[in-house]
Design a protein around this ligand. Structure first.
Ligand code: C2E
Ligand code: CA
Ligand code: CA
Length: 839
């Protein structure tokens, strides 16, 4: 600040006002009302109405000058001193009223207008008066002096006594700098000179000064109106959405600064070069800096490097004027180095004093929203348990890889499909918590086996897929599969115990040239199934033959749907006999499919398909009904032995149906077969899948009076410790042991153990797959009671089986210990039944 304004103001204010009033009083006293002619009155009216309305902005200064002053100077030259002095004090007050309501300001403006015009009037009337005096040099001096006096006195009032308001309505607190003084003084002098020169011109050329004054006033007024309209239009064009949001900022009003400082959102003023000029509290808080620290950092010090380039490009656009405002979501980095997401908007503004362009920023913290958006997005594409990508994301990665491999020739990749071999058993026996831990552990080991850029995903309960990018050849994928299998063979320590697991892996190399990610995934899945059926814990590479098999299976599935309706399925019956006396104990019902094109299809081929597709439920129900009906028919037609039973296979899917008991009961009622004559065969693994519910189901079946057998015993996960809990009548020793039995080998030992075990548990035993005399002899020695196999009879048609029953039941029971075959079919036409020799 140039002067100590407060003390000067206090010192000068009242003397100025007093002098002004004294001058006014003196002028009023000297004023003869007769001189107030119509022209003066009319002129005063113009000055008051137009002059006070037009305010000229002082260039490079926060100040305005009213044209009323110019009118008063003009009137001085036209009408002489007194009238214009009165007019000046009055118009000055009126003009000030348009800017402020502050009484001190009004008093001072009125007083100084009076004083300045008195002083100028004195100079003018002393030397200037008639046209003939114009040529005299004193006239020029007096003239110039009067103008200087007017301009100086009026400017000084603002500089030394009371600064004028910066704009209408604003408080008068802007410091009056030397520059502001100079520009205000120059403007006033120029305007006064304009009036004075006009008056001189009138005298010189004999124009009517009154007409000139009115015309000039009208032109000025018109020009001002045009200027204002253009200014408004420019501002609106700069921002079509309305007035620029911070138009007030260039005025630096307290109101604006208050709003800026206390705004709930972050705000800052930034120079075009990227330096912070000001930052409000919210912004500092948001970024964790003090204002001083923030201002020292610079714009590029807090914008995230990844977002900086784009942000600067937009700022450039703003400065160039190609956009008016710019809004986007960007990251800042706070003092602790963390990302802060902000929604920011930027607009350029021009400083009215310096004419410089600044950028005003508003920044709203949206980090929480961004984080939850990110979480949602992550959840949509990731598995919640392991955090691995899910199927959707995996498919997406494969899609990108396929596209990349098309662009680059020779770019090979592979998809691996991995399925755990006994996850269900682990899950059911050790609980879901342990199962989940195992899956997480496997996910981590899989990740550790892969290179960066490869993708591992969890696509199902215990299924994982792996995308190997950029491999040299198929062998590399095989090596990865081997590495994974080796890694997974190490035990997991879960819940304090060691858990072992293995996985079957299918490998689909990209050489198949598929377009669709689902296709390549399907191939990997097919190869995985092949690995599973080839004995688990191994890997297989997909080839075309597998594809053919898969297509074939698909066809089989379609055909099987129709098979039941078209009556292409039928049952055959294989006798089960007592080994010591060859008496007929019962039959096992086995399903057959007479396919219209393929001929006879083995149940080993279509039962697994039926199980996979769920068709086994209908098929199984049909088989049960048909077998029971048949048994009942035989009981009636050939008076079959009341102890004869019908063994029917139940798949694990059937066994897990909640309404199985109801179905069995209803079939028994429907066929009127006694439950004693029905034996249900359930595989060991079906029972072990879920021990608790299986035990319950077995108990309920037993309560119905039905007999129960465990099929293929010895091949499943050994359940010896559970066996005593199951209400089982029969153990069927799996064919594989019987076939490979020879004197004192391991298989013989297994059979012996099973026989002893069954005896201890009060169960009987059936040896499956008895084909030779030797096997029969050995089984007898081991104490095995019953047998089933080609040695006795192949599965027979309904008619042949009936003959067998008729034959054995028609004969009197052979005496015990007499080594005579019980099932002897004399009729040669019955090919399926073998003659049985006495061993
Ligand atoms: P399974 O229950 O173990 O049935 C015994 C299988 O061994 C039968 O094969 C039978 O023909 C065969 N077999 C019997 N004696 C001998 C022998 O001395 N030597 C040899 N090599 N094989 C012998 P099949 O009929 O092909 O049935 C295969 C499997 O299909 C059955 O094995 C059973 O698991 C399933 N199955 C058959 N019918 C049904 C059914 O109605 N329902 C369900 N769920 N499964 C069935
Ligand atoms: Ca069976
Ligand atoms: Ca079996």
């Amino acid at each position: 600040m140039l002067f100590d304004r407060r003390s000067l103001s206090r010192l000068l204010f009242w003397p100025c006002v007093a002098a002004g009033f004294a001058g006014l009083a003196l002028t009023a006293y000297n004023f003869t009302p007769g001189r107030a002619d119509a022209r003066l009155l009319l002129f005063s009216l113009v000055a008051l109405s137009l002059g006070t309305r037009v305010v000229v902005k002082v260039p490079r200064a926060r100040a305005y000058v009213s044209l009323a002053e110019t009118f008063c100077v003009l009137s001085l030259f036209v009408f002489g001193a007194e009238g214009p002095v009165l007019l000046a004090s009055f118009t000055a007050v009126c003009a000030s009223l348009r800017l402020t309501r502050e009484w001190r300001r009004l008093l001072l403006d009125g007083a100084l207008a009076t004083l300045s015009l008195l002083a100028a009037g004195f100079a003018v009337t002393s030397y200037v008066g008639a046209p003939e005096t114009l040529a005299r040099p004193e006239t020029a001096y007096a003239f110039g002096l009067s103008l200087l006096l007017v301009a100086f006195l009026q400017t000084a009032s603002g500089a030394f006594v009371l600064p004028p308001p910066a704009r209408p309505g604003a408080p008068a607190d802007a410091p009056f700098t030397p520059a502001r003084f100079f520009w205000t003084f120059s403007t006033k002098l120029a305007l006064a000179s304009f009036a004075g020169l006009g008056a001189l011109a009138c005298w010189r050329f004999g124009l009517d000064p009154f007409l000139y004054a009115v015309t000039a006033a009208a032109v000025l007024h018109f020009a001002h109106a045009v200027y204002q309209r253009k200014d408004h239009a420019d501002r609106t064009a700069a921002d079509p959405s309305g007035p620029a949001p911070f138009v007030a900022a260039d005025e630096g009003t307290q109101l604006f600064m208050g709003a800026f400082e206390h705004a709930a959102i972050g705000m800052a003023l930034v120079s075009p070069k990227g330096g912070w000029l000001r930052a409000n509290r919210s912004l500092c808080y948001m970024l964790g800096y003090t204002e001083r620290e923030l201002l020292a950092k610079g714009f590029d010090g807090v914008v995230h490097p990844d977002d900086l380039g784009q942000a600067l490009a937009h700022v450039k656009d703003l400065l160039r004027g190609s956009t008016a405002t710019y809004q986007s979501e960007k990251r800042f980095i706070n003092k602790h180095g963390e990302d802060v997401w902000v929604l920011w908007s930027v607009a350029p503004i021009r400083d009215s004093e310096t004419e410089e362009v600044r950028l005003i920023f508003q920044a709203q913290d949206i980090t929480d929203r961004k984080l939850s958006e990110g979480r949602l997005l992550h959840n949509a594409f990731h598995d919640a348990l392991t955090g691995l990508p899910n199927r959707a994301l995996f498919i997406d990665h494969v899609k990108l890889t396929i596209a990349r491999s098309k662009r680059r020739d020779g770019h090979l990749f592979a998809v691996l499909f991995l399925d755990l071999d006994r996850f269900k058993v682990i899950n059911d026996s050790l609980g879901h918590m342990v199962g989940d831990q195992l899956l997480v552990g496997i996910a981590r080991r899989l990740e550790a086996c892969l290179r960066e850029g490869d993708t591992v995903a969890r696509v199902g309960g215990d299924e994982f897929t792996i995308l190997l990018e950029d491999i040299e050849d198929e062998d590399e994928a095989v090596q990865v599969a081997e590495r994974i299998q080796k890694e997974l063979s190490q035990p997991f320590t879960l819940d304090g115990r060691e858990v072992f697991t293995t996985a079957s892996i299918g490998i689909a190399p990209s050489s198949t040239g598929y377009e669709d990610p689902e296709d390549i995934l399907r191939d990997a899945d097919t190869a995985m199934y092949r690995a599973k059926s080839a004995g688990k814990a191994r890997h297989e590479v997909f080839d075309r033959a597998m594809h053919a098999v898969a297509v074939n299976l698909l066809q089989l599935e379609t055909d099987l749907r129709k098979a039941l309706e078209r009556r292409e399925l039928y049952l055959v019956y294989q006798p089960i006999v007592g080994l010591d006396d060859f008496r007929l104990c019962g039959f096992e019902a086995l399903v057959r499919w007479n396919h219209p094109e393929r001929g006879l299809v083995s149940p080993l081929d279509f039962i697994p398909v039926a199980e996979d597709t769920g068709q086994i439920i209908a098929l199984g129900q049909w088989a049960l009904l048909e077998a029971c009906r048949q048994m009942r028919r035989w009981q009636r037609s050939v008076a079959a032995d009341a102890h004869l039973f019908m063994s029917v296979n139940l798949s694990s899917k059937q066994f897990n149906q909640p309404d199985l008991i109801e179905q069995v009961r209803s079939i028994l009622t429907q066929t009127r077969l006694s439950p004693r004559n029905l034996k249900l065969e359930i595989t060991e693994s079906a029972v072990m899948e879920n021990i608790e519910t299986a035990t319950e189901m077995l108990k309920q079946l037993r309560a119905l009076g039905v007999q129960l057998a465990i099929d293929d015993f010895g091949t499943g996960y050994s359940s010896l410790s559970y066996l005593h809990r199951f209400p089982i009548d029969t153990l069927k020793i799996d064919r594989s042991f019987v076939t490979r039995m020879s004197e004192n080998n391991e298989n013989t030992e297994i059979v012996r153990t099973i026989v002893v075990l069954a005896q201890n548990l009060g169960m009987d035993v059936v040896a499956e797959g008895v084909e030779t005399k030797e096997q029969l002899a050995l089984l007898r020695r081991l104490g095995c009671e019953n047998g089933q196999g080609y040695y006795f009879s192949r599965p027979s048609s309904e008619a042949d089986a009936e003959k067998i029953i008729a034959e054995t039941c028609a004969r009197p029971k052979p005496a015990p210990k007499q080594e005579v075959p019980a099932v002897v079919i004399m009729d040669d036409k019955v090919k399926s039944v073998r003659m049985i020799e006495t061993p």
